[in-house]
Design a protein around this ligand. Structure first.
Ligand code: 0A1
Ligand code: ZN
Length: 878
């Protein structure tokens, strides 16, 4: 914990390591209270090192050094120095063996980094810098070593002992303990080390790789969760096959293990051969998990598995390159889901996440480039920018190159850099070398923060039958980057004729027209003009199809144009986006003027869409969902928290009233039929049905209430149960209390289901929600030491309940700051993530601004604040 101001680390200060480590042999005597870790490291001077002074300095935090030896000789205290975060050994030879033994205390490790206790088991989390809490080491990703791990523990308490690679030996000791030895044949950085000890059971399966090798698959869980692993196992096998087919990547070890743990700071971790997961992303049964959970499991299992190539075989040179593995791996998991489910729906949900998390981050004091150039605490940079924008940057390159060339480029990347720790620049160079294209301007996407704004003016000239587009791009300043250079970006467009069909596109000067459909323009300048010729009538332009670049688009179009695009655009994404823009316009009008009318044409379009039997229901549900309150806030100069809530509630109610019969028909037609299936079709039916029920409930329809209660009581799947519970809770009254009590009685033994019980209460827009949340903090099932529970109550309230968190009296802000101060000494990573809910204070009115700033200042006043929280809070006030 810090009082002196923590210093940033800069990318431009990067130096290759002075020493390399070829081999690591670890031995653990495991015990929750105190674990002894013995490490034998084979070190040698790095021929590529630029400096060296005869000493070696290893990272280490919260370690109690028991003994230390160099080349077999115990060291005298004068030969080494232990400081709070390091161990320095003086006068070392060019090649030597260093042995240390340290004592650590897993049961007291509340930060959940390094070796810690989760329930009855012990497990590790080493990314980014957790390995240094296990043993003294060169804990940086460009030091790749071969590891063995010998685990010793009580055989009854910890019958299962796991680590990376292959299990090579095991035996029983005389004292009731047993010993298992693991060896990982692949060199890896320390952040990919893992061990697990516990009383676990495994669901087992196997996978035959494309070249015919048999891989044993195991998912380890606590015994009572054995019946919740089927979906995870199915997802894993699908992901393994897909990576072979789409990227030519085969799995490399003979065994692949997943362990589900209940206490975990993030989603999951790609440790070599031994992925450790937040149990939320493993455990699912139709009656315990929603469609959103099933979807999350499928994509997180895939994501971690894909890391085996993009992250593990080829890793990052330093943490500034984090997006090298995360951006690319998110792109890969997005493509996987698009291929196995519905491409259109997937794109919409990815863009929703990008707009709501990344665009807001880019407009905040924590804005940073995809490749940041400085950080105080790397844990603060596992962000939407590094992950989701990083994926968009890979997607743009894939689209610029086209599928065949992109595949050649990724093949080149895997061949050229296998076994290395590299940079995002190395990645782009592979794209260039395989395609022969110059991506030097494109590299700005890695270097410049901020969301580019595209403004497009279109005009049509009847005399010359020409449609012209003037495209301007501009990016607002971000911290440390006052002036931005223009980006190189793909702008996918189509032009719709009066019948709604795509017109053939012919750029002025081009010899022949493109086939009707989408044309990709490449932008490079701040202002560019394009002329499309041979157009018989004024077309309606469909711009930024498929969201071809992560930008904010504005263009001059009428409500009628939007209705036309919504009905006819051949690009599913743009049909959805047109509907969103139209609804946004209506809602923002209502915010300005509560009496503003809603045009009949809107209800007609909504009705037509509801009645369209042929349409994909999942896509339809997306199209008919009103923009979120937080997203609407983003579109305003000053967020009008209450006005937005009022407007959105009003429009929801009006839709429920005006379209009652159609909504009831949709509800009835898409009811539960047969056993639960996680197919795009079935997911779409449930989404549409529950959306319809939501509109009807807002209209206080008596039949809807009866149906909602019946659905809550009778549904066999958690998706429908939760949808009904949410609507009952938001409605309030006796029915709400009864439903919540009933749900608690039924599910209090299932931690992940109980999280839903907490979050459905925390996210309700009802006035009493904060009071309720404060009471729930005292509930016996609440614990600050359990990140999933904190997220389900505290983060859910602060991030997903705009109207109550931003209450004008500042009670929400005070609540948040109190939680941050309580959490910071326990788990700085979780505390720091919470602070991020406060930092966008500039977006609000002066009253709220003052209240938010005061709470940030109160956090900063705390003497022993962590550097995680310090970095976010101090940047917020800069
Ligand atoms: N690499 C993981 C994310 C992760 C990062 C940090 C963690 O602990 C501090 C845990 C997981 C992924 O992208 O899935
Ligand atoms: Zn990842």
């Amino acid at each position: 914990m810090y009082r002196e101001t923590p210093h940033p680390i800069f990318l431009h200060d990067y130096q290759p390591p002075e020493f390399l480590i070829d081999r690591v042999d670890l031995a653990f005597e495991l015990d929750p209270e105190q674990t002894m870790v013995t490490a034998r490291l084979e070190l040698r001077r790095n021929p590529a090192a630029t400096r060296g002074d005869g000493t070696v300095c290893l990272h280490g935090e919260q370690l109690e050094l028991e003994w230390i030896a160099l080349d077999g000789h115990p060291l005298n205290p004068v030969d080494y120095r232990v400081e709070r975060e390091s161990l320095t050994v003086q006068r070392v030879p060019d090649r030597f063996v260093l042995e240390t033994q340290v004592r650590i205390h897993p049961a007291h490790n509340t930060a959940l980094e390094g070796l810690y206790q989760s329930g009855d088991m012990l497990c590790t989390q080493c990314e980014a810098e957790g390995f240094r809490r296990i043993t003294y080491f060169l804990d940086r990703p460009d030091v790749m070593a071969r590891y063995s791990a010998t685990l010793i523990a009580d055989k009854t308490r910890f019958p299962v002992l796991l680590s990376n690679g292959n299990r090579v030996a095991s035996d029983d000791l005389d004292d009731g303990r047993h010993r298992v030895r693991w060896e990982d044949p692949f060199p890896k950085p320390s952040y990919l080390f893992a061990l697990v000890a516990g009383d676990l059971r495994a669901v087992e399966d196997s996978f035959t790789t494309a070249s015919g090798r048999e891989v044993a698959l195991q998912i380890f869980v606590e015994p009572h969760n054995l019946d919740k692993c089927d979906h995870a196992m199915r997802s894993l096998k699908k992901a393994m096959r897909w990576d072979e087919e789409r990227f030519g990547r085969e799995y490399d070890l003979d065994i692949f293990m997943i362990v589900a743990v209940s206490h975990f700071n993030m989603g999951a971790m790609e440790n070599k051969g031994l992925n450790i997961f937040n149990d939320k992303f493993v455990l699912a049964r139709p009656d315990t998990a929603t469609d959103v959970d099933f979807d999350g499991i499928e994509s997180v299992i895939a994501h971690e598995y894909f890391h085996n190539w993009t992250g593990n075989r080829i890793t990052c040179r330093d943490w500034f390159q984090l997006s090298l593995k995360e951006g690319f791996t998110v792109y890969r998991d997005q493509e996987f889901t698009a291929d196995v489910a519905s491409r259109g729906v997937k794109r919409i949900s990815d863009v929703r996440v990008l707009r709501s998390h990344q665009f807001t981050e880019d407009a905040s004091p924590m804005a940073h480039p995809v490749r940041p150039d400085s950080y105080i605490e790397i844990n603060n940079f596992y962000t939407a920018t590094v992950y989701q924008k990083g994926a968009e940057v890979v997607r743009m390159q894939a689209n610029l190159l086209g599928p065949e060339v992109f595949r050649r480029a990724t093949d080149l990347y895997f061949a050229r850099h296998d076994g290395q720790a590299v940079t995002t620049d190395d990645f782009v160079r592979c794209m260039e070398d395989a395609s022969g294209r110059d991506l030097s301007q494109f590299r700005r996407w890695y270097e410049q923060a901020g969301t580019p704004e595209l403004h497009i003016q279109t005009s049509y000239d009847e005399a010359t039958r020409t449609c012209s587009l003037i495209v301007r791009q501009h990016t607002e300043p971000t911290p440390g980057q006052p002036v931005k250079a223009p980006f190189h970006l793909p702008l996918a467009i189509g032009l719709l004729g009066p019948d709604g069909r795509d017109l053939p596109l012919r750029l002025a000067g081009a010899s022949s027209p493109d086939a009707p459909g989408t044309h990709v323009l490449e932008l490079r300048q701040a202002v560019e003009t394009f002329h499309f010729v041979d157009l018989p009538a004024r077309p309606v332009p469909s711009l930024l199809r498929g969201f071809s670049a992560p930008v904010k688009l504005s263009f001059d179009c009428t409500d009628d144009d939007l209705l036309f695009l919504m009905a006819h655009d051949s690009d599913g994404f743009n049909r959805w986006d047109a509907a969103q823009t139209l609804m946004q316009r209506l809602l923002l009008n209502l915010v300005e003027d509560a009496e503003a009318g809603i045009p009949e044409s809107f209800f007609d379009a909504f009705r037509r869409a509801l009645r369209d039997e042929a349409s994909d229901r999942a896509l339809l549900a997306e199209v008919l969902t009103l923009p979120a309150e937080s997203y609407l806030g983003e579109q305003m100069a000053v967020v009008d928290v209450d006005g937005i809530h009022r407007a959105r509630t009003t429009l929801t109610r009006l839709i429920g009233e005006r379209l009652r019969d159609d909504l009831l028909a949709v509800y009835r037609d898409n009811g539960e039929s047969g056993p639960y299936a996680f197919t795009p079709e079935a997911v779409g039916r449930r989404a549409l049905k529950n959306l319809a029920l939501g509109y009807l409930m807002q209209a206080e329809d008596a039949e809807a209430l009866a149906r909602c209660q019946a659905q809550f009581a009778g549904a066999h799947n958690m998706t429908d149960v939760m949808a009904a519970l949410r609507l009952l809770v938001d409605r309030g009254g006796l029915e709400s209390r009864q439903a919540l009590d009933e749900f608690y009685r039924r599910w209090s033994g299932e931690s992940l289901v109980l999280d839903k019980w907490f979050s459905v209460q925390a996210t309700s827009p009802r006035e009493e929600t904060l009071t309720q949340v404060i009471q729930l903090m005292r509930h016996p099932d609440f614990s600050l030491g359990h990140p999933n529970r904190v997220r389900s109550l505290v983060s859910a309230f602060c991030n997903l309940n705009q109207v109550r968190f931003h209450a004008a009296d500042g009670a929400g802000y005070r609540f948040l700051a109190d939680r941050v101060l309580e959490l910071d000494p326990l788990n700085p990573l979780i505390a720091s993530r919470l602070v991020k809910s406060l930092i966008r204070w500039r977006r609000f009115d002066p009253g709220r601004q003052a209240l938010m700033r005061a709470e940030i200042a109160r956090i900063l006043e705390r003497e022993d604040i962590s550097k995680d929280v310090f970095e976010v809070a101090s940047k917020a006030l800069d």
